[in-house]
Design a protein around this ligand. Structure first.
Ligand code: PFF
Ligand code: NA
Length: 452
């Protein structure tokens, strides 16, 4: 592969990986999963997986991308061939491609809700509204397939346009503006929550734990969330890693990505729960946490409409900097494998994922309680797709860890990592044994319980 397909700067991979990592997973999913699973105990499992499993796999996945300098599927084919191992490792790429489709399909629908709420906030429609009005408003949004499809379409088109413009003019330039703006807004919202909400209640909810409170499915969800939040195990990081400068440090970059992502999740959790508790609302309201409880909190607070609007812009920006990383691995594969132009490849990927997203749309209205997925799997298409990604991402991550840990030679790894022998040994022990065992443990413990 030619050398011009590299990020402009040594630090761009970090920017892009943080853009991918920080998203709906931090702002929407982490707070509501924590709320549903009783707070601190969930966070403990989540944090342990991030450090013992997430970071080593983040290093491994970036390494496979940079070592192959190809899209995930072609990259794994190339690495398997040069190591004279089984072509079955290519399944890492295919599994990743499948996850990317699945995730983008529902990610875009949820991000679409944020378009709706940005509008609602800035127009002041919810100012002074009571709990009933706000929750009826959310129900009405979900009940409308037309509205959900409209927002889903707008969001996915915007994401496709950025990736269609290429890794430099599209991805790099938009991230360079978006990411600093997002951090400023997040800090602003935290300060606002601190002043107007119940910060102490939020902190004690998030940071006191009793492991016994965590349900079995909570374990799977905490692990799934730790992969989801770092964008791991599905090729996004591998695809971005393929463009990473040879000069950048894998270890330092991986720690920085995990640190920023975790910090954003904690800050978002603190800000959101401060506001929600401050307004006397409940933590355990599920996916509606950000779209019912939070708007309600804003409705009652000084400058709530303005700050709320800015907050939902943050949600949208964080979502788009992640959705583009879901498109890139598949689009890059289509370009490499079938010689498509980038716009053609992006169009194909986005169209397929958009169509799949209609199933998620229908999960909130026409097929909310009935339909094929309920008959077959006892849950809605959206819940089923989410469950699949909770399985696929850890599985993909486990395979990545095994390949990097067992198939790559000492000198190859050292060429990428350029680190001390001690750290190399620690890392290799984690990817060879700890990460695969942790994933297997959670699967064995929870999968038998996961039926409709
Ligand atoms: N990490 C993103 C988030 O936390 O919102 C979600 C995500 C993006 C997952 C890209 C996977 C991925 F490849
Ligand atoms: Na994240």
């Amino acid at each position: 592969m030619s050398t011009h397909n590299v990020w402009t700067h040594k630090g761009t991979f970090l920017l892009a990986a943080v853009g991918s990592a920080v998203g709906l997973g931090n702002l929407w999913r982490f707070p509501y999963l924590t709320g549903e699973n009783g707070g601190g105990a969930f966070i403990l499992v989540y944090a342990l997986t991030i450090f013992a499993v997430g970071i080593p796999i983040l290093i491994a996945e970036t390494m496979l991308g940079r070592a192959s300098r190809r899209s995930p599927i072609m990259g794994m084919r190339f690495l398997a061939r040069t190591h004279k191992t089984s072509r079955a490792w290519e399944s890492i790429g295919w599994l990743g491609g499948a996850s990317a489709f699945l995730i983008l399909s529902f990610y875009s629908v949820i991000a679409g809700w944020a378009i709706h709420y940005t509008w609602q906030m800035f127009t002041g429609s919810l100012v002074g509204a009571d709990a009933q009005t706000v929750s009826d408003g959310f129900d009405a949004l979900l009940a409308s397939p037309a509205l959900l499809t409209l927002y889903h379409t707008l969001f996915i088109i915007a994401s496709g346009l950025i990736v269609g413009l290429g890794i430099h003019k599209g991805i790099e330039s938009s991230l360079r503006i978006l990411m600093p703006a997002l951090f400023l807004i997040l800090l602003g919202v935290l300060a606002y929550g601190f002043v107007n909400g119940d910060f102490a209640a939020a902190a004690s909810f998030l940071f006191t734990f009793n492991l016994a409170e965590l349900s079995l499915e909570g374990w799977l969800q905490a692990m799934g969330q730790s992969f989801f939040t770092l964008s791991l195990g599905m090729g996004a990081i591998m695809a971005y890693g393929a463009y990473m400068s040879d000069q950048a440090s894998l270890t330092r970059t991986a720690f920085a990505v995990a640190f920023v992502d975790t910090a954003v999740a904690m800050v978002a959790g603190l800000a959101i729960f401060s506001l929600v508790f401050g307004a006397g609302l409940d933590a355990g309201s599920g996916p509606g946490l950000m779209f019912i409880s939070l708007p309600l909190a804003f409705a009652e607070m000084p400058f709530g409409a303005l700050i709320g609007g800015v907050f939902f812009i943050l949600v949208l920006g964080a979502a788009i900097s992640s959705s583009i990383s879901l498109i890139e691995p598949v689009a890059a594969f289509l370009v490499e494998r079938f010689d498509l132009t980038r716009p053609q490849a992006v169009f194909g990927m986005v169209l397929a994922s958009w169509a799949l997203g209609l199933l998620t749309v229908s999960s909130f209205n026409i097929w909310a309680e009935t339909g094929l997925f309920h008959d077959l799997f006892g849950r809605s298409a959206f819940d089923f797709i989410e469950l699949l990604t909770n399985i696929f991402m850890p599985l993909g991550g486990m395979l990545i860890a095994l390949f990097a840990g067992w198939a790559l030679t000492h000198s190859e790894v050292m060429k990428e990592m350029r680190t001390s022998e001690t750290w190399f040994q620690v890392w290799r022990f984690l990817v060879r044994f700890v990460a695969p065992a942790a994933v297997a443990f959670v699967f064995l413990r929870t999968l038998p319980q996961v039926h409709g």
